[in-house]
Design a protein around this ligand. Structure first.
Ligand SMILES: [Mg+2]
Length: 233
């Protein structure tokens, strides 16, 4: 076991599973659920979504870091195009979001993730730091982790220091005794390194490191054998 690492924090989406197909499936099922009850709707483009999101954040800053609240609001706005009774619209949006959330937590792990988490959890204290709203209990991996800190919990998104600060508080070890593993160069690697954590980059697509001003951290391309790799860091 490594002499210096006592705890490991992990990003969730795109680190343990590919999140894009999960979100597309959840979104499609939720839209169908709503349309089955109110008729066909125009869901708008990605550009439309970004404009509405910015407008909502301008009115209420919590939409920036609470993705569940944002999604519920967007669903409600769509439903309100067809249902004028405010309570009925709200009820349907809540039912729709429940369905979305169940589907959002049905994931396919990258090969060996569960085996490696099992091994790592016997050697290190583990925690999760996510900007999303994946639920480790619903996903079935809660047993491996001491905590799962979301952006909603700390009112900010990585790379800001809030997740890392809260993790260190809960782990109660020195910053450089914590290793953070994630896929995102800025949110995960830069955020963790700036706060004083060690960092290990999950880079399954063998992307080129292009963050100026930050040396490329150690990387890995597949979860197979990652416990041994961490032991040697
Ligand atoms: Mg990620």
């Amino acid at each position: 076991m490594s002499n210096s690492i006592k705890a490991i924090t992990f990003d969730l989406d795109d680190t343990f599973w590919d999140v894009k197909p999960v979100l597309i499936n959840a979104e499609m099922k939720t839209r169908k659920f709503i349309e089955d009850r109110v008729g066909k709707l125009e869901w708008g483009s990605w550009e439309d979504f970004k404009i509405i999101r910015e407008k909502l954040i301008f009115e209420d800053a919590s939409y920036e870091f609470d993705v569940g609240k944002l999604r519920k609001k967007l669903l409600l706005m769509k439903i309100e195009e067809r249902i004028t009774d405010p309570q009925a619209a709200l009820n349907l949006s809540e039912e729709a979001f429940k369905l979305f959330f169940i589907e959002r937590n049905k994931v396919d792990f990258f090969p060996s993730v569960l085996d490696e988490l099992e091994k790592l959890s016997q050697k290190y204290v583990l925690g999760c730091l996510t900007n999303g709203n994946a639920n480790i209990k619903m996903i079935g991996i809660e047993e491996f982790f001491k905590f799962n800190i979301s952006s909603k919990d700390v009112k900010a998104n990585k790379p800001s220091e809030n997740h890392f600060h809260e993790a260190q508080k809960l782990l109660d070890v020195n910053r450089d005794e914590i290793l953070h593993i994630g896929d995102h160069p800025v949110n995960d690697m830069q955020g963790a390194i700036d706060y004083g954590f060690k960092a290990l980059w999950f880079n399954p697509n063998k992307e080129v490191w292009n963050l100026e001003g930050l040396e490329k951290p150690p990387e890995f391309f597949s979860w197979i054998g990652v416990t041994e790799k961490i032991d040697c860091l």
